[in-house]
Design a protein around this ligand. Structure first.
Ligand code: HEC
Ligand SMILES: [Cu+2]
Length: 356
């Protein structure tokens, strides 16, 4: 570096480090399993398209405003420095300079206020238009999903075409190309339901039902997240939405409506017995005596991609890890650590594997 050159590279390196850190936080899946929340930068349906366009528009506007402010500051500092060196000569002309300076300052304030007002009013109008555009679906939804938020997981209830209802957890399946109505409830505190790629966020408030609609243009898996602080495990309260072609969705719904297949072999039968002793008080498995309601319905547990609201990938090993260490994975969750001997764990695992 030449002597006297400003030491900009250090600052540049600092900025690069900041941008890298921010990108890591935004784009990495972090300690959560499944799809990254980076999908909040994309839109996959008509309920989120206008919101995403507004996001990008406001982001560009903010960056523009920051650049203008930086340029103005730079100019002001440069002028001040130059002013100081010529102070002595200037003393004689102070009065004229003062008057001129004041007039310029007034003009800058007036023009700045006018531009800011226009930009802010423009942003307000754009926001109101987006709110109106996403308020109602283009046509009446043919499917309603009821989502009930619990500390710290999501209960998902469907009405089947046959008129029965079925319950699952943390994974919402929807048919592509159709608006789906979501009725939102909370079993305990205030939560908020947000699937960035599919719609804006809506709060789940105890004692009332809020409504939202989501729609996916094409098949895919999108992450959702609770976005209202609801206790220590709020960050581990995610869910996934899977959009499938309507025929695949109908097949999924049929499969989920079935009760659990009866256990066949010895290990699974022993595992089922253990489940009735240790787990049935909190978990339901349709088709068995287990009808607990404090935790997720496990009738088709093995068919889900993730467990514990997006905390772990749903593998046989992780399922048993969760049973033994729920309080390490999600401290203060309602699910206790359950100590089993290796033989018992293996039997329980065999039974859980059958819950397809
Ligand atoms: C005192 C109630 C309680 C008992 C007893 C209990 N659980 Fe849980 N379980 C929960 C709750 C609550 C959750 C949701 C935790 C979360 O994600 O925050 C849960 C979550 C789970 C999950 C993850 C489900 C999913 O789809 O995310 C599995 C698997 C599970 N429990 C299995 C078991 C098994 C097996 C037993 C018995 C060995 C058991 N649980 C005993 C309350 C209980
Ligand atoms: Cu939360």
């Amino acid at each position: 570096m030449m002597p006297g050159t400003p030491r900009r590279p250090v600052r540049v390196r600092g900025m690069v480090a900041c941008v890298a850190c921010a990108s890591f936080v935004i784009f990495s899946p972090g300690c959560l399993a499944g799809t990254p929340l980076a999908y909040f930068l994309h839109s996959a349906g008509p309920a989120s398209g206008p919101v995403r366009a507004l996001d990008w528009g406001l982001a560009v506007l903010c960056v523009g405003v920051c650049i203008v402010i930086a340029l103005l500051l730079y100019q002001a500092i440069r002028r001040k420095r130059r002013g100081r060196t010529t102070q002595d000569e200037a003393l004689t002309q102070t009065n004229v300079a003062d008057e001129h300076g004041e007039r310029t300052a007034n003009r800058i304030v007036a023009v700045g206020t006018a531009i800011s007002s226009v930009l802010l009013l423009g942003a307000l109008v754009a926001m109101l238009r987006v709110l109106a555009a996403v308020a109602d679906p283009p046509r009446a939804p043919s499917l309603t999903v009821t989502v009930t938020a619990y500390d710290w997981w999501w209960k998902v209830t469907y009405q089947t075409p046959a008129g029965t209802s079925l319950v699952t957890a943390n994974e919402i399946h929807i048919p592509t190309g159709e608006p789906v109505r979501v009725d939102l409830q909370s079993a305990d505190v205030v939560h908020a339901f947000w699937i960035p790629a599919l719609a804006g966020k809506t709060q789940a408030i105890p004692g009332q039902v809020n409504h939202q609609w989501i729609e996916a243009d094409h098949p895919g898996v999108w992450r959702g997240q609770c976005t209202q602080f609801c206790g220590p495990q709020h960050a581990h309260m995610a869910m996934e939405v899977m959009a499938q072609p309507p025929a695949d969705f109908a097949r999924w719904l049929d499969a989920q409506a079935k009760t659990a297949a009866p256990a066949q072999d010895g290990a699974a039968l022993r595992g089922e017995k253990l489940f009735m002793e240790h787990c049935a008080g909190c978990h339901a498995v349709r088709g068995t005596q287990a009808d607990g309601a404090q935790g997720p319905d496990l009738t088709h547990l093995a068919s889900r991609r993730l467990i514990a609201a997006g905390t772990l990938a749903n593998t046989p090993v992780n399922r048993l890890d969760w049973v033994a260490h729920a309080q390490q994975r999600k401290p203060e969750s309602l699910m206790p650590d359950i100590a089993l001997t290796p033989a018992e764990a293996s039997d329980l695992g065999a039974w859980l594997d059958t819950l397809q």
